[in-house]
Design a protein around this ligand. Structure first.
Ligand code: HEM
Length: 509
């Protein structure tokens, strides 16, 4: 008995020793080696703490930026949205490196490098999200397209892509315009008899984005999904905390208050989604919307088979990726047109010319709305909802002079490249939609609000159709100015949004 106990104790000690050695290797030795290789190339960054990296520095920079709104409504916003793209390169040059725990994040710049990283077809870069290996951060997007990589990602992408092809998206135009119309009817009721009244368009467009997504992708109505959105909003806040904090393996099992809330949120979201799938599943299966396609895939016996848990993960991803981003595009576009009245007039004239004052735009109208398109493109340049994208080098990679060690996370700063004077000229920080006139295009790695390469945004068609339609319909019925109560404070909360809302004064026309 005594010998057995001693043996068990020894086995336990050996297992503990192996665990500690593994930790020392992955938390200390690997980062140290990687840092040395980057330093030898002259790549520097803020001094890091051994365990938490630069998480605290990053948090402090963001908190300082967040504490003060911009003095006026101008578009030189990178320093507020992502202060580390301004403060650290000023001290350490480009490219630079910072650390989240033991993970190096190499921030690169320039269209060539951006394109090479994102369009890589050799398998050198893995599509990884900010959530990376942090299981607490992965809760928000589950194991859906945004967070997946490799074979599973390719499989999901093949099933899901057809749900958002242009022909199918065009087929949704009547439903989307009915939803926009009902939002605008509510604005009118809200205005009562007043000639001018204030609306927070950020809130309005979030509700709209949720409605549209629920209807076209899930065949359900917004009310059913509303609870899920509320839960996901709370989850987003906890996820952001998790991303900025070093994740110690196994920490999620410790019953802290936040961990317990994370767990119950996750359970409740999955339960609500399961219910939503049950209610809408039969309705959807015949139609070719997202849920229908995934449910059909769940019944096949081939490589396209998807399980119910995988479908739930995709639903979580789409609720998040689809609603936030498009709502923010519409919010910034409206604010920009409220500020730049000459463009508001130009766009409205175009809408009147193409589809009149009362007709809901159809697919042909939308492709004729060239100025609306230019305005949306310029909005996506100055205020890209996705501020950056990440990839992880899964082997050592040579990119020009850069020698990127395996395991490095490469951060491609969309917003910084979009504001670069070397690309956009001296007026890079100004709102000038004419830079997109006559279909003028730019280097693939210079303008990429939807990403580029194989993982390019799958919902891009839906986002652009929804945004064009909504903006055109708002302009048909309302004129708007920036409200005196609007405070210009763009901030990144997963996506780029206005910190204190987007108040505009609207007038019925
Ligand atoms: C203005 C609106 C939008 C913007 C700016 C935007 C931007 C992006 C960006 C930058 C990526 C990352 C690409 C990469 O990793 O290289 C992405 C991926 C993705 N987006 Fe969007 N997006 C928008 C709207 C939507 C909508 C409406 C949906 C769904 C209905 C959606 C679903 C997704 C999904 C699922 C992915 C992951 C694609 C993959 O990894 O294969 N997005 N988006």
């Amino acid at each position: 008995m005594g010998a057995l106990a001693a043996l068990l104790l020894l086995a336990g000690l050996l297992a503990a020793l192996a665990y500690v050695l593994r930790l020392v290797h992955s938390l200390l030795w690997v980062p140290h080696r990687l840092e040395r290789r980057l330093r030898r190339q002259g790549i520097r960054g803020p001094p890091r703490s051994l365990i938490s990296g630069n998480g605290a520095d990053l948090g402090a920079l963001l908190a300082a930026a967040k504490s003060t709104p911009l003095a006026s409504f101008h578009h030189a916003v990178v320093g507020r949205v992502a202060p580390y793209y301004r403060v650290w390169p000023a001290r350490y040059g480009w490219p630079f490196v910072f650390w989240l725990g033991p993970r190096a994040r190499l921030v690169v710049t320039g269209p060539e490098v951006a394109k090479a990283v994102l369009t890589d077809s050799t398998g050198a870069f893995d599509k990884s999200t900010t959530a990376g290996s942090n299981p607490q951060a992965r809760q928000l997007i589950g194991e859906g397209l945004v967070g997946l990589s490799g074979e599973t990602w390719a499989h999901h992408r093949r099933v899901i892509s057809p749900a958002f092809n242009m022909e199918r998206v065009k087929g949704w135009i009547p439903e989307i315009s009915a939803i926009v119309s009902s939002m605008l009817d509510k604005w009118e009721v809200q205005g009562e008899t007043r000639t001018e009244f204030e609306i927070d368009v950020h809130k309005e467009f979030h509700t709209l984005g949720g409605d549209v997504l629920s209807c076209v992708a899930f065949g359900s109505c917004y009310e059913e999904g509303k609870r899920i959105f509320q839960l996901q909003e709370e989850q987003t806040e906890l996820v952001i905390l998790a991303i900025r904090t070093f994740y110690f393996p196994g920490f999620r099992f410790i019953p802290t208050k936040k961990n317990q809330r994370r767990h119950s949120l996750n359970q409740e979201i999955r339960k609500s989604l399961r219910k939503l799938i049950e209610i809408n599943g039969t309705k959807c299966e015949d139609s070719k919307n997202l849920l229908g396609l995934m449910l059909s895939a769940s019944k096949t016996d081939n490589e396209f088979k998807m399980g119910i848990e995988e479908i739930i993960d995709e639903c979580k991803t789409f609720y998040f990726a689809g609603k936030e981003t498009t709502a923010n595009l519409l919010t910034w576009a409206t604010l920009l047109l409220a500020l730049h009245k000459e463009w508001q007039d130009k766009v409205r004239n175009e809408v009147y010319q193409v589809c009149g004052k009362y007709k809901h735009p159809n697919a042909d109208h939308l492709s004729s709305l060239k100025i609306v398109n230019m305005v949306l493109k310029e909005t996506l340049r100055l205020y890209p909802p996705a501020v950056f994208v990440n990839r992880t080098a899964i082997r050592d990679v040579k990119l020009g002079k850069l020698d990127i060690p395996a395991g490095t996370q490469v951060n491609v700063p969309i917003i910084d490249i979009h504001h670069d004077v070397d690309i956009w000229g001296a007026n890079a920080e100004e709102f000038d939609p004419s830079r997109f006139a006559d279909g003028k295009s730019y280097h693939l790695g210079a303008y990429f609000p939807f990403g580029i390469g194989p993982a390019i945004c799958v919902g891009q068609n839906l986002a652009m159709v929804e945004a064009k339609l909504a903006l055109a319909m708002v302009l048909q019925r309302f004129a708007f100015d920036v409200s005196p109560s609007y405070v210009h404070a763009p901030m990144m909360v997963m996506t780029l949004q206005p910190q204190y809302g987007a108040q505009v004064l609207v007038r019925k026309i």
